[in-house]
Design a protein around this ligand. Structure first.
Ligand code: G2H
Length: 251
């Protein structure tokens, strides 16, 4: 049985004070971690506040990016080694905004995944197609290729423990959600991809999230689908009440 994982992705929103206030507003009402894993992904500048406020609660912490080297002359980058030392649990990599605005490639994402594992954290690896690719019938091959490239050189145990996030680019922040059937279809393709690259056991363990305008009104239906194990949530994760509704979707 896969434990559902609902992860907020705050993107470039909130300061440390707002981060502390958010955690204080939600931490008493989070589900037990073995029922639903609750995660907040925050900007690097807010991570210490997030970790401090979340201490002793059921909230896990994600960084929204990291570099693939641990240290050195890489001005402006964030070290995965330091994220790990701070107590960060997950790192989101390959988000379409990072691919689009910061030119992250599949190769970068693969190197980052390896660095995240080397530092005892878990990656949340994003993939997703554009509207043009969907309309051209290329979705399944495209996302399967992105994940195949991202997983290169990882062991079956590593893959079983990581999280894949399927986020159709046309559904991000647009209010347009993929229908639960569309989301399920692609999440199934991703699980099959893992089965082909590794084996059925690994595929049955890897958790696959859907992301793109997930909100309290649609979370239950999405989570009811066989291959959808969680949500990566932007806008709706910024407000405490809405985040609590999301993580308590099955309460
Ligand atoms: C997709 C998602 C979070 P939103 O980027 O990763 O954002 O829920 O605002 O569409």
């Amino acid at each position: 049985m896969r434990t559902p994982i609902i992860a907020g992705n705050w993107k470039m929103n909130k300061n440390p004070k707002e981060t502390t206030e958010f955690v204080n507003a939600v931490k008493a009402d989070l589900p037990a971690s073995d029922k639903v894993e609750s995660v907040i992904g925050a900007p690097a500048v807010d991570l210490q506040a997030l970790l401090d406020a979340a201490k002793g609660s059921n909230l896990k912490v994600a960084a929204e990016n990291s570099y693939f080297e641990d240290e050195g002359a890489f001005t402006g980058e964030t070290s995965p080694k330091v994220l790990s030392e701070m107590g960060v649990d997950y790192v989101i990599i390959g988000h379409s905004e990072r691919r689009q605005y910061f030119k992250e490639t599949d190769e970068d994402i693969n190197k980052k995944a390896k660095a995240i594992f080397a530092n005892n954290m878990l990656p949340i690896i994003c993939c997703g197609e554009t509207l043009e690719q969907r309309e051209a019938g290329q979705t399944n091959d495209w996302v399967s290729g992105q994940i195949t490239n991202a997983l290169k050189g990882l062991s079956a145990d590593q893959v079983a423990s990581l999280v894949i996030a399927y986020e159709p680019i046309w559904a991000i922040g647009t209010g347009k959600t993929a229908s639960s059937d569309q989301a399920q279809e692609v999440c199934h393709v991703l699980r099959e991809t893992v089965a082909k690259l590794y084996d059925q056991t690994t595929a049955s363990k890897v958790r696959i999230q859907y992301g793109g305008s997930v909100k309290p009104a649609n979370v239950k239906e999405l989570m009811g689908k066989e291959d959808i194990d969680g949500g990566l949530v932007g806008g709706a994760s910024l407000v405490p009440d809405s985040f609590l509704e999301l993580v308590n979707f099955n309460a």
